[in-house]
Design a binder for this molecule. Structure first.
Ligand code: UDP
Length: 251
């Protein structure tokens, strides 16, 4: 495997800082290279173990960013530390900043109609030179190719897809199968945050790496999904044990 990659439960993460990710993504935008960017957290890694189609989609991604402290801790535990955690939301902000600076065309797709509309308005306020190629809510038939054709005809350089996983990655895969160029990334609930509808945890909570706890308290319905975290660490321990045993056997 590429020495810049770190495998966690079979998912090859790119060991890059946020700035390194953005530098490479800008290079690819400039070179018109179509790019599938995934920001993966422990929930996604765990889900990929159950859904083979999704797992293979992830293996085909051009970049996988370590979204969340759980991934950073897992990498450390496995003896292959990664440089830093790269939150999907921050990567999205960085991509919008670059698009604003370099006059790249951005398409926003996902979330509820009023949410995506407000998210785009807010983005235009923050980045006055942003070229918005278009936007659409995320509640349409995702298997319908009409939407893909429509967006492709607008030739966006960046497509932000906010359907939540695994829907967003599955749709991006379909999109990039025929699109000629563009960076496509699934951004989960980011439009809810960008629109002001959902707030990110306060800075102090983010710093303490307990955003998951904050979310849990704010949104108890996420409880079931949060259970993915301990299960994830359990699996990481198992991977470590397996690797140790293998090393011993090889020696
Ligand atoms: N969403 C969407 N289309 C759908 C389902 C969800 O656009 O068919 C949007 C939803 O409005 C929200 C985002 O996807 O803005 C993330 O949804 P959710 O919280 O369910 O996923 P998570 O962020 O937990 O992955």
């Amino acid at each position: 495997m590429d020495d810049k990659k770190v495998s966690i439960l079979g998912i090859p993460f790119d060991n890059l800082t946020r700035v390194e990710f953005l530098t490479r993504l800008l290079e690819r935008m400039e070179a018109n290279k179509k790019t599938f960017l995934v920001t993966a957290n422990p929930e996604i890694v765990m889900y990929a173990k159950e859904d083979d189609e999704y797992y293979h989609l992830l293996l085909n991604a051009d970049y996988i960013a370590p979204d969340g402290i759980g991934i950073v801790r897992a990498a450390k535990k496995l003896g292959t530390p990664i440089k830093e955690r790269v939150p999907g939301f921050e990567l999205m902000l960085g991509l919008l900043e670059l698009s604003n600076m370099h006059k790249k065309r951005v398409y926003f797709i996902g979330a509820k109609e009023e949410v995506v509309t407000q998210a785009v308005k807010n983005a235009e306020k923050v980045w006055p030179n942003l070229v918005v190629a278009g936007y659409h809510h995320g509640y349409f038939d995702h298997s319908n190719n009409g939407m893909i054709e429509r967006i492709k005809s607008l030739e966006p350089d960046l497509i932000l897809v906010a359907f939540g996983f695994p829907r967003q990655e599955k749709w991006i895969h379909q999109y990039l199968e025929t699109a000629e160029h563009g960076i496509a990334v699934g951004v989960g609930g980011s439009f809810d945050v960008l629109s002001g509808k959902a707030k990110r945890a306060p800075k102090i909570v983010q710093k303490l790496h307990i955003e998951w706890l904050y979310r849990l308290v704010k949104q108890p319905s996420r409880y079931r999904r949060m259970l993915a975290l301990p299960a994830f660490m359990q699996q990481v321990k198992k991977q470590k044990l397996l690797e140790k045993t293998k090393k011993k056997r090889d020696n």
